[in-house]
Design a protein around this ligand. Structure first.
Ligand SMILES: [Zn+2]
Length: 317
């Protein structure tokens, strides 16, 4: 069966896999990326394709997930603060030329959304919103098995829906974005603010992150519950906005913070219910992501499969 290479390029690490047309991962690669020269980084990506093929057999092409916006019309990478050395470049074309294969690029959250819709928590749904909870809040929309990137590739950025007009400034230039409230820094900021009021809590004196806070909330600590409920409410505002606008049939929640489990997911679902038409809410099932760290590479490979079939990716400029 034909195989495809999926690469997931982060700010520090490159992950890669050879993926079958059924979505099975055959071989993996994980290495630190070259950060001093764009040409050497592109060489590294092409070499990763060759390495995966040497280990697992030939591929028909490669998909590359990148931490930035992939401009639909030009196939250039934009707005990539964690990978600025490739900013403005046609990364797919450059890698494809170096490795002698078709290579296409996609935003990393969109690639993960595509993977979850195809083989993960969104399987069987027609319209999927994928939300990833971590340092930031990423998102992607998949309709009928295809990423909906919008006119130029900027769609799906649920983390930058404003949930608090008077909130903290956001890196995007706005303030009170969902990411500022429900990203990791938002959880920690809220917990410290509540601790400063003098309330008793087992969180006092501990190094805080969402997992620690959820653990205390599950054990019944009222302060920790308030932090969890605040994050869940903000996520409910953002997800309900998407549901009211799009009437989706699946929301898939993933990312490191989501590993806190059902305690958090149940609260997000309840906060979404309060803000949605009953019918819109009833139409939508909520599911945890199931592919974990493989979502990025499986989705990138899927991008290449669909591009080869004429169903994904930018038109040639
Ligand atoms: Zn923002």
């Amino acid at each position: 069966m034909t195989a495809w290479v999926g690469l997931d390029v982060g700010g520090t690490y490159l992950k890669g896999a050879l993926v079958s047309e059924a979505g099975e991962v055959r071989g993996r690669l994980h290495e630190r990326i070259v950060r001093d020269d764009p040409g050497r980084l592109l060489d590294q990506l092409a070499a990763a394709v060759a390495t995966l093929e040497a280990d697992g057999g030939p591929s028909a092409g490669a998909g590359i997930g990148l931490p930035g916006i992939v401009e639909r019309l030009t196939a250039r990478l934009h707005a990539a603060p964690n990978l600025s050395l490739l900013d403005g470049m046609r990364v797919g074309e450059e890698v494809g030329r170096r490795c002698g294969r078709m290579a296409v690029i996609e935003n990393d959250a969109n690639a993960a959304a595509l993977a979850e819709a195809w083989r993960g928590g969104g399987r069987g749904a027609r319209s999927v919103l994928f939300v990833t909870l971590g340092t930031g809040i990423g998102g992607g929309l998949v309709f009928d098995g295809r990423v909906w990137g919008g006119v130029s590739g900027y769609a799906g950025e649920i983390g930058h829906i404003q949930v608090d007009p008077c909130g903290e400034p956001c890196g995007c230039g706005s303030r009170g974005c969902l990411e500022t409230v429900a990203g990791i820094a938002g959880w920690v900021r809220r917990a410290y603010a509540l601790l400063e009021t003098g309330a008793a809590s087992p969180l006092r004196g501990r190094e805080l992150d969402p997992a620690v806070i959820v653990e205390a909330a599950v054990a019944g600590d009222p302060l920790a519950r308030e932090v969890v409920d605040g994050a869940a409410a903000a996520l409910g505002v953002g997800i309900a906005a998407a549901l009211q606008l799009l009437n989706l049939d699946r929301v898939v929640i993933g990312g490191g913070v989501a590993q806190a489990g059902s305690f958090l997911l149940e609260r997000i679902v309840e906060q979404t219910r309060r803000r949605s038409f009953p019918h819109v809410f009833a139409d939508c099932a909520f599911a945890p992501a199931t592919l974990g760290n493989d979502a990025g590479v499986i989705g990138a490979a899927r991008v290449a499969m669909l591009a080869n079939a004429g169903g994904h990716g930018p038109k040639p400029a």
